[in-house]
Ligand binder design. Structure first.
Ligand code: PFF
Length: 444
């Protein structure tokens, strides 16, 4: 077996940035800003922060602890700790990552295409109809849609093929700090526009009367999606954790960076959207139609648009890399493939599966299940059913079946006060399963 079992992250910071890279993706940059606005600003943000720092952190720790204690792919790590039933749940986690990758890569392709257009000066225009038509034409054009998907997939699989330290960790150490700096730059531009305060108000106003069951449930769902929970990503990243790395503080950092990026994305996008009189609730079109429109009206807008798509691409790429790694680790450990062969196998098969998702916007749009085209169907099943089911399995495994191992893992490096350990165990045993069940029920 060419995949060494002793592969370890080179440094703690490298591991934290790789974990944060998985978390920070389209969820933080695109979903968070407009959901925050839609669901009443702080009435959404406060529950979101609360969930992230309670149940979110607890589940991040649970996944990392299972990975390090089980020292295997998600399947063998979960089997070692919980027996054959949990091996099946680990397998479902790997499958979920695989399926998410197939359609995430299509969206990643759109990010590459928009970055190219922005760099070539062909993107920003003040004609909203033209922008909407361009986006519609891209997704409906099979050759274009599939080609951009292929380019994005080549990048993602290429990085993973290079290795955990030389590929994933190295690229995260460059790209994530760059992402934060670029986001600060764009935020500075956005906040200094006339009328920017309206955007701040939209994001952060305290309309607690908007605090509804729906907003709270969505805050929970976003916590889950944005921390990449339930598809064994962090179980796999935990496999490479050094024994000397403290799990609770690392989990805290990953969660903090995810929240910070969401808030920064809100500050980057919403003030500009309001200053330019655009609709903040434009949904999926926000990043591909509204943003170019907004930048077209700002001095040096074309340059800032290019920077924006660099951010979006970096965020999507580091998340996709984590999805590839879960499947690669599985193939290396369970099927004894080399890392390069495993990456190649994923590359070819995901190219085909992703192409089917890409075609579902155009020639195959007539093929629907419950009114959903293939792309939407896969997203729906993964986000609303498979990820929560995976999260439930993780919570039961760490909180009930392998509770002692979980506690040993989280207090292995630093001695935390007994009260902290007790709360974390309580969160994994009771809070997390209840939350996951609520997410599942609301998703259905
Ligand atoms: N956390 C990523 C985002 O917010 O875009 C999405 C994601 C990546 C979800 C990887 C699940 C996953 F396994």
């Amino acid at each position: 077996m060419s995949h060494s079992k002793t592969t370890e992250w080179g440094s703690r910071i490298g591991f934290i940035l790789a974990g944060a890279g998985s978390a920070i993706g389209l969820g933080a940059i695109w979903k968070f800003p407009f959901w925050a606005g839609t669901y009443g600003g702080s009435a959404f943000i406060i529950p979101y922060i609360f969930f992230t720092f309670t149940i979110g952190v607890a589940l991040v720790m649970a996944e990392l602890a299972i990975g390090r204690a089980g020292r295997g792919s998600a399947v063998s790590a979960m089997k070692r700790l919980g027996g054959p039933a949990f091996a099946v749940m680990g397998g479902i986690g790997v499958l979920t990552s695989y399926i998410i990758l197939s359609y995430y890569s299509v969206v990643g392709g759109w990010c590459v295409k928009y970055l190219f257009d922005a760099l070539g000066g062909n993107l920003v225009t003040s004609d909203p109809k033209l922008l909407a038509d361009n986006f519609g034409a891209l997704v409906a054009d099979p050759a274009a849609n599939i080609s951009w998907h292929l380019i994005f997939l080549t990048l993602s699989c290429g990085v993973v093929a290079m290795g955990v330290v030389a590929g994933i960790e190295r690229i995260s150490k460059y790209l994530l700090p760059m992402l934060f700096v670029l986001m600060l730059l764009i935020t500075g531009r956005s906040l200094t526009l006339d009328g920017a305060m309206q955007g701040i108000d939209f994001l952060f106003n305290f309309s607690f009367n908007k605090l509804t069951l729906e907003s709270v449930m969505n805050a929970m769902g976003l916590t889950f999606f944005s921390l990449s929970l339930g598809c064994t990503i962090l179980v796999t990243y935990g496999l490479y954790l050094k024994d000397s790395t403290d799990i609770p503080s690392s989990a805290g950092w990953i969660s903090y960076l995810a929240i910070q990026t969401g808030i920064l994305a809100g500050l980057m996008i919403m003030p500009a959207v309001f200053a330019m009189g655009q609709d903040p609730k434009a949904g999926p079109g926000l990043v591909f139609i509204t943003i170019p429109l907004v930048f077209s009206q700002i001095p040096f807008g074309a340059a800032f648009a290019a920077l924006f798509y660099v951010c979006l691409l970096v965020a999507a790429l580091t998340s996709a890399i984590s999805l590839v790694e879960v499947v690669v680790a599985y193939l290396c450990h369970e099927w004894h493939l080399s890392r390069k062969r495993a990456s190649l196998l994923i590359y070819i098969t995901i190219f085909l599966l992703g192409s089917a998702s890409a075609l579902s916007f155009g020639p195959w749009s007539g093929w629907t299940v419950g009114g959903k085209i293939l792309f939407d169907l896969l997203d729906y099943v993964c986000t609303n059913i498979m990820m929560p089911a995976g999260g439930l399995a993780i919570a039961i495994l760490a909180g009930w079946i392998a509770r002692d191992k979980f506690r040993a893992q989280i207090s292995q490096v630093r001695k935390y006060p007994e009260g902290v350990l007790r709360f974390l165990t309580f969160a994994v045993r009771y809070l997390a399963p209840v939350m996951v069940l609520l997410v599942l029920i609301s998703g259905l």
